[in-house]
Design a protein around this ligand. Structure first.
Ligand SMILES: [Zn+2]
Length: 450
C-alpha cells in the first residue's frame, strides 16, 4: 500500500521585533505575559503596525534557498479564524504564498508563507502565555512526495539544515512545529499536529501508518481527521474531524495593505543569500580536498563549517577534517548538542590540535578536554596543562601500580589470555586519569610482563 506524506513546517524567524508590533521577537528570558503590547494581545481597537520588513525578507531568503518562484501578485495578509485560548483576537494572520513551486532533495515545495505565532496555552493549568503571540513564522508546505518515515526524517534533516544556513530562523531550538499529512492508497488524508522534533515526527509516522494499515486490513475506512501526536506515549490521538478551508473563514485583513514582492527586493535578498549546504559541501571537497563523508559531517551546521574553515588557516585540512568528523562530532553526539550550542571555539580546537601534534595530549586526553569544554564551559588551554602527558617515569610507576593491584589479570595474561592486557591498560588509564599514552602503556606492560 503506497504511503503519501506531506508537511506543513513552522519555524520562528529570528527578527528583532514581532510581526505587527514593536514587542521583541525573542521572549526567552521574559516572565509570562510581559513581552506583550496591545497589538499582540489583540486588544479591541488595537491596529497592526504594518508587516515587519525583516520578516518578509527572511521568508524571501528561505523561499529562494528552497528554489521557489517568488510571487509577483499582491500578497494579501489573511485572517484565519479559529477559537482557542492561544489566540486573543480569534484569528491568526497568515500571508498568501510568497514563494511557490520550489524543490528540496527531490521533494516539491508547494508554498512558503509568512504567519504569526499564537500564544502558548497549557491545557493542564488552563494558563496562557502571550509572550510569543505575534512572533513571525515561516510556514513551508510540501507536496505529498514522501513515502516512508525514513524518507520523512531525511528530508526534515535536510530542511532544518537549509533553514539554519539561511541565518533567518531561531537557532535556540524547540520552536519548530510540524503538521504532517498522511494517507495510504485512496484513503482519506489524516493530519497529525503538535510534532516538534524530527524524532517525534518519525515515531508519529510509524504509529500512524500502522494504524491506518490495520484499519484497512480489517476492512474499515480511514476517517479524514486531525490527530494530535502524544509525545510521552508515542501515539496519535483523534482531535477533531478535519476542518475545511471554509471553517477558517479566511478574509483579507482590512487593516493591512497587501505586500508587494518587488524585483528589486528579491534581487537584494538574493545578492546577500548565504551559501546553501550542498554548495558548501561541494566547495569543501574541492577547496580542501577532503572526502564527501568528511565534508558532509562538517557542513551539517553552518557554525561548524565556519569554524572548520578558520582552523584550516592554520592546520592541514585533512587532519582538521578528521578531527572535526571523528572527535568533535562524536563529542557533540554524546552530549546531544549542536556545535552552536556547545560553546566550542576555534581557539579551543586549535589548542587541542596543537597539543596533539606536539605530543602533549593523547587522543583520549584530547577527547576528555573537548568533553570538559562542552560540559562545563572549561578553558581548553587550562585543561591541556592539567592533562598533558605523563613523563616516562610517572607512566612507569602507574604501570607498576596496575600490575601490583591486579594480580588476577596478570595471571590471566601470563597463562595465555593475551586480551587480559587490555584490562591492565585500562587500569593504567584510570590511575593516571586518562593522561597516559595508551599505546606506550601497552608497550610497557608487554615488556614488563614478558
Ligand atoms: Zn506586541
Amino acid at each position: 500500500m503506497k504511503v503519501r506524506i506531506g508537511f506543513e513546517i513552522h519555524e520562528q524567524l529570528a527578527t528583532r521585533t514581532k510581526l505587527f508590533c514593536r514587542s521583541p521577537a525573542d521572549y526567552r528570558d521574559a516572565e509570562p505575559n510581559t513581552n506583550v503590547c496591545e497589538v499582540c494581545l489583540g486588544m479591541p481597537g488595537a491596529k497592526p503596525m504594518g508587516v515587519n520588513a525583516e520578516a518578509v525578507e527572511g521568508v524571501i531568503a528561505i523561499a529562494l534557498m528552497l528554489n521557489c518562484e517568488l510571487v509577483r501578485e499582491p500578497v494579501y495578509i489573511l485572517r484565519k479564524h479559529y477559537d482557542y485560548p492561544d489566540l486573543p483576537s480569534g484569528y491568526q494572520r497568515t500571508s498568501m504564498p510568497i514563494g511557490k513551486n520550489g524543490e528540496l532533495a527531490g521533494v516539491g515545495i508547494w508554498e512558503v508563507h509568512l504567519e504569526e505565532d499564537p500564544g502558548k496555552y497549557d491545557p493542564v493549568t488552563g494558563r496562557v502565555d502571550y509572550n510569543r503571540s505575534g512572533v513571525p513564522l515561516v510556514e513551508i508546505v510540501t507536496a505529498p512526495d514522501i513515502t516512508s518515515p525514513e524518507e520523512a526524517r531525511n528530508f526534515m534533516r535536510e530542511l532544518v539544515k537549509v533553514l539554519h544556513y539561511s541565518g533567518r530562523v531561531r537557532r535556540e531550538g524547540g520552536t519548530m512545529r510540524v503538521d504532517v499529512n498522511v494517507s495510504i492508497e485512496d484513503g482519506a488524508r489524516v493530519e497529525i499536529k503538535n510534532i516538534n522534533s524530527i524524532k517525534g515526527l518519525y515515531r508519529a509516522l510509524k504509529f500512524e501508518i500502522t494504524r491506518q494499515k490495520n484499519l484497512r486490513r480489517r476492512g474499515k475506512a480511514v476517517k479524514r481527521e486531525t490527530r494530535a501526536y502524544i509525545e510521552e506515549q508515542m501515539i496519535t490521538k483523534s482531535m477533531r474531524t478535519k476542518e475545511t478551508a471554509e471553517d477558517y473563514r479566511y478574509i483579507p485583513d482590512p487593516d493591512l495593505p497587501p505586500l508587494r514582492i518587488t524585483e528589486e527586493l528579491v534581487e537584494r535578498v538574493r545578492s546577500e543569500l548565504p551559501e546553501a549546504p550542498h554548495q558548501k559541501l561541494q566547495r569543501f571537497m574541492q577547496q580542501y580536498r577532503i572526502s564527501r563523508d568528511d565534508a558532509w559531517a562538517i557542513t551539517s551546521e553552518p557554525e561548524m563549517a565556519d569554524a572548520f574553515e578558520q582552523v584550516c588557516g592554520q592546520v592541514e585540512p585533512g587532519r582538521a577534517a578528521a578531527f572535526f568528523r571523528h572527535i568533535i562530532k562524536k563529542t557533540l553526539n554524546y552530549h546531544g548538542m549542536s556545535f552552536a550550542e556547545s560553546g566550542l571555539t576555534v581557539r579551543d580546537i586549535l589548542a587541542v590540535l596543537g597539543a596533539i601534534s606536539s605530543g602533549r595530549l593523547s587522543q583520549q586526553a584530547a577527547e576528555l578536554v573537548l568533553r570538559e569544554v562542552v560540559e562545563r564551559g572549561a578553558e581548553a588551554e587550562e585543561l591541556i596543562q592539567r592533562l598533558s602527558k605523563l613523563d616516562e617515569q610517572s607512566l612507569a610507576s602507574a604501570v607498576e601500580q596496575a600490575i601490583r593491584e591486579n594480580p588476577g589479570a596478570v595471571q590471566d595474561y601470563r597463562s595465555g589470555r593475551r586480551e587480559a592486557i587490555n584490562y591492565l591498560v585500562g587500569q593504567v588509564m584510570r590511575i593516571t586519569r586518562g593522561r597516559a599514552d595508551a599505546e606506550k602503556a601497552l608497550e610497557m606492560l608487554q615488556e614488563r610482563l614478558s
